[in-house]
Design a protein. Structure first.
Length: 142
């Protein structure tokens, strides 16, 4: 009986997967598809903020601009970097950018980078710590 259930379940799953492209080709549910895109845009930074505020022991993170911007302020070189590090990980920021962030010093001023529809600007000073603004540039696209 288990083999029949497994075989029937596999056939149902296979049938569902095969039907999906056909539904898309026929128009499918365009509103659901559009809603999913809008929801994804709205949740890109909101999701990272929600996840990371749990580990943000220094209250260094704030979500601004209706969820389209994360502002990070560690307060000083002794500020807790947990929230900042979590956001960087959640957004899957590549090493090419994190290496730039890591080597920023007080004499360099504000630095900038872009990745995956995010715009990063940051500075560092021992008295102020890391100050960073991450904006979702896709949210402003029409």
């Amino acid at each position: 009986m288990t083999a029949n259930v497994r075989r029937n379940g596999t056939l149902l799953l296979l049938a569902a997967l095969l039907a999906m492209p056909m539904l898309s080709a026929c128009g499918g549910d365009a509103d659901a598809e559009t809603s999913g895109t809008v929801a994804t845009k709205q949740l890109r930074l909101t999701g990272a903020h929600e996840e990371c505020k749990r580990v943000d022991r220094g209250s260094t993170l704030s979500l601004e601009d209706d969820g389209n911007t994360i502002v990070i302020d560690t307060g000083s070189e002794y500020g807790d970097p947990s929230g900042y590090l979590c956001v960087i990980e959640q957004l899957d920021v590549p090493s090419s950018i994190t290496a730039q962030m890591d080597r920023t010093n007080a004499m360099m001023g504000v630095q900038q980078a872009e990745h995956n529809g995010y715009e990063f600007s940051w500075s560092y000073h021992p008295d102020n710590g890391v100050n960073m603004v991450i904006s979702d540039t896709r949210a402003t696209e029409g």
